[in-house]
Write a protein of this length. Structure first.
Length: 358
């Protein structure tokens, strides 16, 4: 294990969920008046079909624990190494934080707008994310580590993003969430002996919610095509790189978790990037060149710098601080170099919506 800190008590768990670092999931707030002015009427037919799917709520009975679930937890947990246990708890806490982040943001937007399309959508997405967060929290409670979500909502720092940045970032995190969950689900479908916790059996229907959330933001952006042109393409490139790089570095801090599922972390991440890039062609006119060796080397360099940053922080003192500053500069320079690499360009398809076929 590299940077996952030990979590032993509910206080540690909420501290971890509350932490603001480069790699930890954030909470967001936005300009609600601008959100209220979003017009989806150019894609009315697709929008209404999507809202009808939310209304149909095909996952309303999915996020319930079964008796078998508890029995499997009791049977499997004692077989874990301490490292796997810690990395799995770390994974649960960061997943809980990002699910709940969506819940809080969508709920705040829902409460603050009058635009009926946006209000309705946000209410449905907040419903889904609240189920997802609640379901993960039940698994944390098995280990005595349930997080007080009301407290987290009140005490975690919020990052302000203009609506367009919310659209780029949230679209990507929903689609990458889908790609992550489905890749794990398929792997464990092929290798059931590596399913070391029952929660993974819930991922297939779960990730369809995330897929649909991403579809919603795709429709919003395609209905407002100025968000996808001109200088905004530079922002899209920025968010693609930031989201991929963060995931790459964070996943590499959990080697035992990935090994337990039979994954090579790097292969898993590139599979998730590949799926996400394929999906994101529905809305983004550019995608990153994942096969460029300079891109791959750059992500490894960011990972190496982040690992050394952890060591410099642990060292402390003036030398530790100077090292941290140097590493931060090197990180920024590496990120800039990655940002300037050539990207693939695509025409956008006439039909926006896609099916979750992975
Ligand atoms: Fe979710
Ligand atoms: Fe979601």
């Amino acid at each position: 294990m590299t940077t996952a800190e030990i979590v032993e008590s509910p206080t540690d768990a909420i501290e971890k969920a509350r932490a603001s670092s480069l790699l930890s999931p954030r909470f967001y707030t936005t300009d609600f008046a601008a959100m209220d002015r979003i017009d989806v009427s150019p894609l009315r037919t697709e929008w209404d079909a999507m809202l009808a799917e939310y209304e149909g709520d095909n996952n309303h009975d999915h996020f319930q624990r079964t008796e078998q679930f508890a029995a499997e937890v009791a049977q499997l947990t004692p077989t874990w190494s301490p490292e796997l246990r810690q990395e799995f708890l770390d994974f649960l806490i960061s997943s809980l934080t990002s699910e709940f982040s969506g819940c809080v943001l969508y709920n705040e937007i829902q409460k603050s707008v009058t635009n009926p399309d946006i209000k309705q959508l946000m209410r449905f997405m907040a419903r889904d994310e609240s189920r997802h967060a609640g379901f993960i929290n039940q698994s944390l409670r098995d280990y005595g580590l349930g997080v007080d979500l009301g407290n987290l909502k009140r005490t975690k720092a919020y990052t302000y993003f203009k609506p367009k940045y919310i659209f780029y970032a949230t679209y990507l995190s929903e689609k990458i969430g889908y790609a992550r969950y489905i890749t794990i689900y398929r792997q464990l479908e092929r290798h059931p002996d590596k399913r070391f916790h029952p929660i993974f059996r819930w991922f297939e229907r779960w990730c369809n919610d995330e897929f649909r959330h991403g579809e919603s933001f795709a429709l919003i952006m395609r209905a407002n095509p100025n968000l996808l042109r001109g200088g905004n393409v530079l922002w899209i490139r920025f968010f693609l790189l930031a989201v991929y790089a963060t995931m790459y570095v964070r996943d590499h801090t959990r080697p035992q978790l990935n090994a337990a599922m039979g994954f090579d972390v790097t292969d898993y991440d590139y599979e998730v990037f590949r799926i996400t890039s394929e999906i994101s062609k529905q809305v983004f006119p550019v995608s990153l060149d994942l096969d460029n060796p300079v891109f791959r080397a750059g992500l490894n360099r960011l990972l190496d710098l982040q690992t050394r940053m952890g060591a410099a922080k642990a060292r402390g003192g003036l030398i530790g601080k100077m090292r941290q500053a140097g590493l931060a500069l090197a990180g920024a320079a590496t990120f800039a170099r990655l940002y300037l690499l050539p990207v693939h360009r695509h025409d956008l398809p006439a039909q926006v919506r896609m099916a979750p076929v992975w």
